[in-house]
Design a protein around this ligand. Structure first.
Ligand SMILES: NC(=O)c1ccc[n+]([C@@H]2O[C@H](COP(=O)([O-])OP(=O)(O)OC[C@H]3O[C@@H](n4cnc5c(N)ncnc54)[C@H](O)[C@@H]3O)[C@@H](O)[C@H]2O)c1
Length: 262
């Protein structure tokens, strides 16, 4: 299916690996010119042919600087993908509410929520000019807040709500806004032997391998495996495309059917 994206321009954040890297690949494959932002530029990102920009998006002015650079490279913007998140702040923590410090809440919200708010604020005037599309990568744990560290799940719930609010305000100005909410994806956080998956497993008294084996069944996933980054990227690319012209204000679960509630 031709997504009718040839010649469009995009910014993708958190693009050096995982879902962001897969999204860059999907968009470039559809003929989009992409500015891809990450803290560290990886060889894999360079190979995609994206314009790779090094940026710290958890700072107050990092997102605006990124968008300024993107506009200088691309002219106007058709697509913004707010993917950055997770990583080394709240998602890497385990324990109940009282285990988290004020600083951890701040770091988690900076990376998982405010980075998207700030990037969207900087990009929206251009997206309005181009009647573009904005997609943010939330998480299925936003729908079941007990399913992960509470700063992370709360930040993702805020991100999903932010998407709906933007859709309502900017729909009349021609910009569509949606979120995707993946379950556990085959990415560094699940693949690294000492990543978040391992930490989470330890807190539950099992090894990472035991936890990974349990995840599909425990979460009731109908696919019986981790979600592939390309499966998230495909939905993001569709939502960014004119084929999704009637879709705005929606949140798409990509979790093999794990979360059953609306
Ligand atoms: N992996 C999962 O299972 C999963 C599940 C649900 C939702 N998500 C969400 O999907 C998104 C991508 O997750 P992933 O696992 O592919 O990520 P990842 O950790 O594999 O990659 C994160 C990317 O963000 C970049 N990054 C991190 N901090 C940054 C900063 N301060 N400034 C700029 N760039 C920064 C990294 O360089 C990297 O490119 C995140 O928002 C995450 O919360 C992931």
């Amino acid at each position: 299916m031709d997504l009718q994206l040839t010649g469009k321009t995009a910014v993708v954040t958190g693009a050096s690996r995982g879902i962001g890297l897969a999204t860059v690949g999907a968009l470039i494959g559809e003929g989009v010119t992409v500015v891809a932002a990450a803290r560290t530029i990886t060889p894999e990102l360079k190979e995609t042919g994206a314009i790779a920009v090094s940026a710290d998006l958890s700072t107050p002015d990092g997102p605006a600087r990124l968008v300024e650079r993107a506009l200088a490279e691309l002219g106007d913007l058709d697509i913004l993908v707010n993917n950055v998140g997770g990583g080394d702040s709240g998602e890497g923590q385990t324990g109940g509410f009282l285990a988290f410090t004020e600083e951890q809440w701040q770091q988690t919200f900076d990376l998982n929520f405010l980075a998207a708010v700030r990037t969207s604020r900087a990009a929206l005037p251009s997206l309005v000019r181009r009647r573009g599309a904005l997609v943010s990568v939330s998480s299925n744990s936003a729908r079941v807040p007990h399913a992960g560290p509470v700063p992370y799940t709360t930040a993702k719930a805020a991100l999903t709500a932010f998407g709906k609010a933007l859709a309502e305000e900017f729909g009349p100005r021609g910009v569509r806004v949606n979120t995707v909410s993946p379950g556990p994806v085959r990415t560094a956080m699940w693949e690294s032997p000492d990543g978040y998956g391992a930490e989470l497993a330890r807190s539950m008294g099992v090894t990472r391998e035991q936890l990974l084996e349990q995840i599909p069944a425990a979460m009731g996933m109908t696919t019986g495996r981790l979600v592939e980054p390309a499966e998230v990227a495909a939905v993001v690319a569709f939502l960014a495309s004119p084929l999704a012209a009637s879709t705005s204000g929606a949140d798409f679960l990509i979790d093999g059917g794990a979360v059953k509630t609306a």
